[in-house]
Design a protein around this ligand. Structure first.
Ligand code: F6P
Length: 652
């Protein structure tokens, strides 16, 4: 019954199917039941279609609302109630009124409140005092966590149960950083020894490459690495690489070596990744959990051709290695299984940076020792997450703040603002971790949500962000901000005669921005400054804009690991409270399959002059224009072209 009601709701999202005068089946993504038009696809019929679609759209919300509400009623009856039906949720909804009567300007005067909201664990300080919460809010949020069985869900994850139910998989990325003596079971087996088997293999291999005992096909040491992968097989490793690049010990260890990433299936990215590299001295790491991702595999074939065109097919065994869970496809690609580094289906792509996905390229660049410290930092937070009481558990508190802001205070977005250039790639990585995990429309039981889950993440390092989008954050929309600051910078500049060091200057902004958002500036303050009356409305700041601050003692491999795990678990907490599955990503499938259809037709149109069929008017028009434009191609027939050395002196 529940399933049929859910499918009734889902059917409402079916595209309209339309038959054009040429008989082509056209689809539009309009939310409406199937509709068949047999007359010609003229301007008039277009407008008649528009008229019908409009009518359908007018009718649609009430029908959809009815179906959703019936589904929910059934869900409640079958024990699949949404968290939004709980008393704890309703209580928080009511509590919003109380919070609306407060201003952070006043709340920040209450020292006892602030003390309660500043937490510390293993050197990481998290300050929630600029969140729009009072003691009572925290109690109510913890009650919500209890209602959502958060503690049990954390325990269930660590126990190796298949909590990713739509893919029937466990979720054990924490096991990737567990110490050797830890026991974490999955399907009746302790997975920690297998994790360490791969780590030991990476240790040995990275040492061979770095020491020059493993040589390329022409006998030269491999000093450069190109890691090919996309999504979780790219963003996490790029984030950590960027964070470590300027750390003195890591920088020293990376001397004379280059690590590049190739993610986008765009020849421009190939050009950027390969610019000024020599095949003889390059090691290619193909990173793909599935080893089927279209973008990665085309890039892998491209770079394999780049290698073999210069060094011959035998060079693959010396110059190409792989990281994957699909060792069968790795072998079929032509990579010796001995040169493959495995991981497991209980590691989600976006949670895989601590597997060989990140560990291998990072160990090649910085040495295994530093990467081990990164894993230890992540484990410090894992251990805290699984054992600390919810009220002092950092990822739990961070997750609860997000739920409060999104679901109760109506904030759709969140800005991630590290005051540290080395964290430049944190926001892009967390975008995937958070938005791919929590961008869901149904509960884990398949019940349509009655609230929006997930949040829109974006960010830039301060102070660059300040000179870009902070205007909107200060006087436009309310966007909860995560400010991330570092006490001891990786690099130091302190000029004679300057009041503060360069890093101090950066951190002055870290402290100032959070208060500017919280306090704002009143009409009275502006009048006292003798601001002309007509400018006062423009110069006023409402304040009362929430942020949180994370302060790390330094940015080392260890603290980078801590930061990563904080965000990973925070996202999971949000998903568990919302009752969704944060570990699948079905939403990325549809676009992939439609791209396949375009690929087939593009090829047929180009090679057999076959007319396009089955696309809507818009796609047909633009695709035709694209194909016509490509008759001017520099290389009309496929042949091996490598856009290398076209960007002299380019450094990625
Ligand atoms: O974007 C979809 C996705 O499946 C991500 O979850 C994943 O990180 C990425 O594609 C890459 O997948 P793979 O590692 O299998 O190539």
């Amino acid at each position: 019954m529940l399933a049929s009601a859910v499918s009734a709701v889902q059917q409402q999202h079916c595209p309209i199917a339309v038959t054009s005068s040429s008989g082509a089946r056209l689809t539009t993504p309009t939310v409406a039941p199937a509709l068949r038009l047999t007359s010609g696809f003229t301007h008039n019929s277009c407008s008649s279609l528009r008229g019908q679609a409009l009518k359908l759209r007018v009718n649609q919300p009430s029908r959809q609302a009815r179906a959703i509400s019936e589904t929910r009623t059934e869900a409640m009856a079958s024990g699949h109630a949404l968290i939004s039906e709980s008393a704890a949720w309703a209580d928080l909804k009511k509590h919003v009124k109380t919070i609306e009567g407060t201003h952070l300007r006043e709340l920040l005067k209450d020292q006892e409140r602030c003390e309660e909201l500043i937490k510390e664990y293993d050197g990481v300080v998290v300050d929630l005092s600029r969140q729009r919460v009072i003691h009572e809010t925290m109690l109510k949020l913890l009650k919500l966590a209890e209602e959502a069985k958060l503690k049990e869900k954390i325990d269930t994850m660590f126990s190796g149960e298949h909590i990713n139910s739509t893919e029937n998989r466990a979720v054990l990325h924490a096991a990737l950083r567990a110490p050797r003596n830890e026991v974490i079971n999955c399907d009746g087996q302790n997975v920690v020894p297998s994790v360490w088997e791969v780590l030991d293999k990476i240790n040995t291999f990275s040492d061979q490459i770095r020491s020059g005992s493993w040589l390329g096909a022409t006998g030269k040491p491999l000093t450069d690495v190109v890691a090919i992968g996309i999504g979780g097989s790219f963003l996490g490793p790029l984030f950590v690489h960027t964070a470590l690049q300027t750390e003195p010990t890591c920088a020293l260890a990376a001397k004379g070596r280059r690590l590049r990433f190739l993610a986008n299936v765009d020849p421009i990215d190939v050009a950027r990744a390969l610019a000024n590299l020599q095949q003889e001295t390059t090691l290619v790491v193909i990173v793909s959990k599935t080893f089927t991702t279209a973008e990665t595999m085309l890039n892998a074939r491209t770079v394999r051709t780049w290698i073999t065109s210069a060094l011959g097919p035998e060079a693959v065994s010396k110059h190409m290695v792989a990281v994957s869970t699909n060792l069968k496809l790795v072998k079929e690609f032509g990579i010796d299984p001995a040169n493959a580094f495995g991981f497991w289906d209980w590691v989600g792509g976006r949670y895989s940076v601590c597997s060989a996905v990140g560990v291998l390229p990072l160990a090649l660049q910085y040495g295994f020792g530093s990467v081990k410290k990164f894993l230890e930092g992540a484990w410090s937070i894992d251990d805290h997450f699984r054992s600390a009481p919810l009220g002092s558990n950092l990822p739990v508190l961070l997750g609860l703040m997000s739920v409060w802001n999104v679901s109760f205070l109506g904030c759709d977005a969140r800005a991630i603002l590290p005051y540290c250039q080395a964290l430049a790639k944190l926001a892009p990585h967390i975008q995937q971790v958070s938005m791919e995990s929590n961008g869901k429309g149904v509960s884990i039981d398949g019940v349509p949500l009655s609230f929006e889950a997930g949040e829109i993440d974006f960010g830039e390092p301060g102070t660059n962000g300040q000179h870009s989008f902070y205007q909107l954050i200060h006087q436009g929309r309310v966007i909860p901000c995560d400010f991330i600051g570092i006490i001891k910078s990786q690099q130091s500049v302190y000029l004679k005669g300057e009041q503060v060091s360069n890093h101090d200057e950066l951190m002055c902004n870290f402290f100032a921005q959070a208060d500017a958002l919280a306090y704002g500036k009143t009409r009275e303050e502006l009048a006292a400054e003798k601001i002309p009356e007509e400018l006062i409305p423009h110069k006023m700041f409402s304040g009362n804009r929430q942020s949180l601050s994370i302060l790390l003692p330094n940015l080392t491999p260890y603290t980078v690991g801590q930061l990563l795990a904080l965000y990973e678990h925070r996202v999971a907490v949000q998903g568990w409270i919302w009752g969704i599955n944060s570990f699948d990503q079905w939403g990325v499938e549809l676009g992939k399959s439609l791209a396949g259809k375009v690929r087939t037709q593009m090829n047929a149109a180009r090679t057999k002059s076959k007319p396009l069929s089955g696309f809507n008017y818009s796609t047909t028009t633009l695709l035709t224009r694209y194909l016509q434009g490509k008759t001017q191609l520099l290389y009309p027939d496929p042949h091996d072209v490598f856009p290398t050395n076209i960007l002299p002196g380019h450094e990625k």
